[in-house]
Design a protein around this ligand. Structure first.
Ligand code: SF4
Length: 238
């Protein structure tokens, strides 16, 4: 694992301004110790398409929490076959999941924010920590206007929570309309839930469609109050 410094990150952000430039830089400087985290949402499909035009050998991983909707497995397979790529599918530790559901039940997340965070921690955060400890950088589909906690994000960031590797957010300043435009123009396959009102697809029990005018992430953990809807993958542990 290579540690980066804030000076290096500032330098990259001052020189590199587009998704293509950022991904070319990642291909030239970090591959194969860089991978894209994908949940096969709209943003992911755009970035994966750009990445594979730059380097067909780029790596992709996804978190199979055990609670994903069938539609996500379907799109995962469509994408795998379309580009002829292999996708690294990460699973949670079986013992941790067994202990959690024995103690708190299978639907623990509806009972408290604490339980919901515990479930995300075991099913998402621990598996991603495992792979990130082997990488120099990871690529995300974050966009600045998705949530308040992402307002200050830049293309390159130091990931303090994962040993100061690089977190690369190539489309951080893209709007939802730009994403849709790219998908249409390039005829990219999409999770069929997107057309059913799910702009952000997560685990099946924790995601529902949004109503017109609602925040794009309002359908995630919809029963929780407040705007900080994160699962712990993108928290800055500084
Ligand atoms: S989104 Fe829901 S089911 Fe998925 S890991 Fe988090 S709490 Fe568990």
């Amino acid at each position: 694992m290579t540690k980066f410094t804030q000076e290096q990150v500032d330098d990259l952000n001052s020189r590199i301004k587009t998704a293509e430039e950022a991904l070319e830089w990642a291909s030239d400087n970090l591959h194969p110790k860089v991978a894209k985290a994908s949940s096969f949402g709209a943003e992911d499909s755009v970035i994966m398409d750009i990445m594979l035009k730059i380097n067909p050998k780029f790596r992709f991983f996804t978190l199979d929490t055990g609670r994903l909707p069938q539609e996500t497995y379907d799109i995962m397979d469509v994408v795998r076959k379309k580009y002829n790529i292999s996708i690294e599918v990460l699973f949670p530790d079986a013992k941790e999941v067994e202990d959690m559901v024995r103690e708190k039940g299978v639907n623990l997340f509806y009972e408290s924010v604490e339980n919901r965070k515990l479930c995300c921690e075991i099913r998402k955060v621990h598996p991603i920590n495992r792979i990130l400890s082997t990488l120099d950088g990871w690529i995300t589909g974050l966009r600045r206007d998705q949530t308040k906690t992402r307002e200050d994000a830049t293309i390159f960031q130091l990931d303090h929570g994962h040993g100061d590797i690089l977190k690369i957010n190539p489309i951080i300043d893209w709007t939802w309309d730009q994403i849709q435009e790219y998908i249409k123009k390039n005829n990219l396959p999409q999770n069929s839930l997107l057309a059913k009102g799910y702009p952000s697809v997560g685990c099946e029990p924790c995601t529902r469609p949004i109503k017109p005018g609602e925040d794009l992430r309002a359908g995630r953990w919809w029963w929780e109050e407040g705007g900080n809807k994160e699962c712990g993958l993108h928290i800055d542990h500084k």
